[in-house]
Ligand binder design. Sequence first.
Ligand code: UDP
Length: 245
Amino acid sequence: MRDTINILDIPVDRITMEDATRRISEFVNSSSYHMVFTPNPEIVMLACNNTDFKEVMQRADLIVPDGIGVVLASKILRDALPERVAGYDLVQNTMKQAADKGYRYYFLGSKPGIAEQASQKMRTKYPGIQIVGVRDGYFKAEDEPAIIEEINNSHANILLVALGAPRQELWIDKYSSQLQHVRVAIGVGGSLDGMADVVKRAPEIFQKLGLEWFYRLACQPTRAKRMLVLPKFVIEVIKEKFHKE
Ligand code: UDP
């Protein structure tokens, strides 16, 4: 039974990093497909403005607060989430156990060459890890049946999908009944770029201070436009708080 808090109609799990890592292990050992999403405030706002996307988010099996803004929203709503659970770190935590637990990853997304580069780095970082397939995220709709077949033939049980929101979540939902061996599909945003080392993760001090978003903005100023939704997010959360009271 999930313990969630609704943030603008998105049910975010009240869960620690440790428990989220354990939940993924349970999913892998189950006999069905699970969807894991990692929203930040931008993604929550996208869902507010797109009913189909919101419905997909609401069908998730696990939603972790990737952005510190989602944790702050829970505090404004006086129902604090225990901690930020960054998608990147969650995936890394699963990888630490990958060799022992028999996880088989497929990396889908990012620019050509990046998923392959990420797989090589992860093989060095986590000896024994099985990365059974990779594919870039710049494909056409007509390529999708072949991609599904390739993922099925790879026998991957964990699928990382890095196509950006909302495309990655919609994709994960669309193919839920066709992915035969995948037990967990995770929307990971820019994580493959991080694993490949083409986008640097914020230094730990920024992460600890809840300022990773600021570091990423400084490194990728093109993100500024996307961040314009943040004040609107805060206003919507405050409105929800007064509505609840
Ligand atoms: N991407 C992709 N196909 C597309 C558009 C984007 O594979 O058609 C990839 C892009 O290369 C990047 C990821 O999707 O690796 C999205 O990263 P972003 O930084 O937007 O995600 P965030 O971490 O902010 O959710």
